[in-house]
Design a binder for this molecule. Structure first.
Ligand SMILES: [Zn+2]
Length: 259
C-alpha cells in the first residue's frame, strides 16, 4: 500500500480491530508530520488517536427507540455526502469511517457509489466490515481492500507470496503451468482461503490502475468474487482451486469472441 486510495474496505474479524485499523489509516491520510506517516506526534495524529479530530467522522448504526440497531439508511449517506462537500476544518482532508458497512442497505450503498468513486477533493472513505462479501460488488470494486490477519495482527507474507504465484501464472497465460500450480497448492488450509482470495483480489484491483488489460483483469476479479461467495458456503479448497484452474484463463472460444 504505497499510494493511498480514496476508498478502502478494512476487513477483519472484529469491529474493534477494524476500527483500530481504520484510525491508523486515517492517521496516515491526515498526518501533518514530516517523515514517515503516521508520525503519531503531530496535532492530527494525536487528535485522531484521541477520537476528537474534527475532520474524521465515524458513521455508525443508530439505535431506534427500542434500543435496537437500525441498518444504515440512505438519508445517513446523503447527510455524509453533503458534509463531505464542505472543506476540512483543520486537516488537509477529511476521512469518513463507516462502521459495520455491510449494514448499509442497498439504496444506501447505491447512493454512496458515486461518492466512493469520485469523492470531493481530499475526502476519503474507510468502510469497516467483518464480511466484505456482504457489500454490493459495485461498492467493492470501487474500494481497495485491506484484509487484516488478526491472529498476528499483521499480514501473512506467505499468503501474499501465494497470491503473487497465482497472478503470475494467470498473466503468463499458460494453462498447463496454471494447472500445475493449482494442484500443488490445493492443500492450503481452509482457514487461509479467504485471506488468499482477498489478497489476490486486492492485488488485481491495484493492477487495474496501470494495466492495458483491464477487461481480462476485471474478468478475473469477478471470478475471485465468485470464489469468495462459494467459500462462505463451505466449498472445499480443492473445489475452489479447481475452479481457478479451469476459469482463470479465457478459453479459445472466449478469445475468439474478444478478437
Ligand atoms: Zn502525524
Amino acid at each position: 500500500m504505497d499510494k493511498l486510495s480514496h476508498a478502502y474496505i478494512v476487513s477483519s474479524v472484529s469491529a474493534q480491530l477494524s476500527r483500530k485499523k481504520a484510525l491508523e489509516l486515517a492517521s496516515r491520510m491526515l498526518c501533518s508530520g514530516t517523515g514517515e506517516k503516521p508520525c503519531g506526534a503531530c496535532r492530527d495524529c494525536k487528535k485522531i488517536a484521541a477520537g476528537v479530530h474534527p475532520d474524521v467522522s465515524v458513521v455508525s448504526r443508530l439505535a431506534d427507540d427500542g434500543g435496537k440497531k437500525r441498518d444504515i439508511q440512505v438519508d445517513r449517506i446523503r447527510q455524509m455526502s453533503a458534509d463531505a462537500a464542505i472543506l476540512p476544518n483543520e486537516a488537509s482532508g477529511k476521512v469518513y469511517i463507516i462502521e459495520e458497512a455491510e449494514t448499509m442497505n442497498e439504496s444506501a450503498q447505491n447512493a454512496a457509489l458515486k461518492l466512493f468513486e469520485e469523492p470531493p477533493r481530499g475526502v476519503s472513505f474507510i468502510l469497516c466490515t467483518e464480511n466484505p462479501e456482504k457489500l454490493l460488488p459495485t461498492v467493492r470494486s470501487r474500494c481497495a481492500l485491506l484484509h487484516c490477519n488478526c491472529e498476528e495482527d499483521k499480514f501473512d507474507e506467505s499468503i501474499s507470496a501465494l497470491a503473487d504465484g497465482y497472478i503470475t501464472r494467470v498473466l503468463d497465460g499458460n494453462r498447463a503451468r496454471l494447472f500445475e500450480w493449482t494442484t500443488e497448492n490445493s492443500e492450503l488450509e481452509a482457514r487461509k482461503l479467504p485471506d488468499f482470495l482477498n489478497c489476490v483480489k486486492d492485488k488485481l484491483v491495484q493492477m487495474l490502475r496501470y494495466t492495458d488489460a483491464k477487461a481480462s483483469i476485471m474478468e478475473n476479479i469477478r471470478l475471485i468474487d465468485r470464489c469468495l461467495e462459494y467459500q462462505t458456503v463451505n466449498t472445499s479448497v480443492k473445489h475452489i482451486f479447481g475452479l481457478l484452474a479451469v476459469r482463470s484463463l479465457p478459453t479459445k472460444e472466449m478469445r475468439k469472441k474478444v478478437d
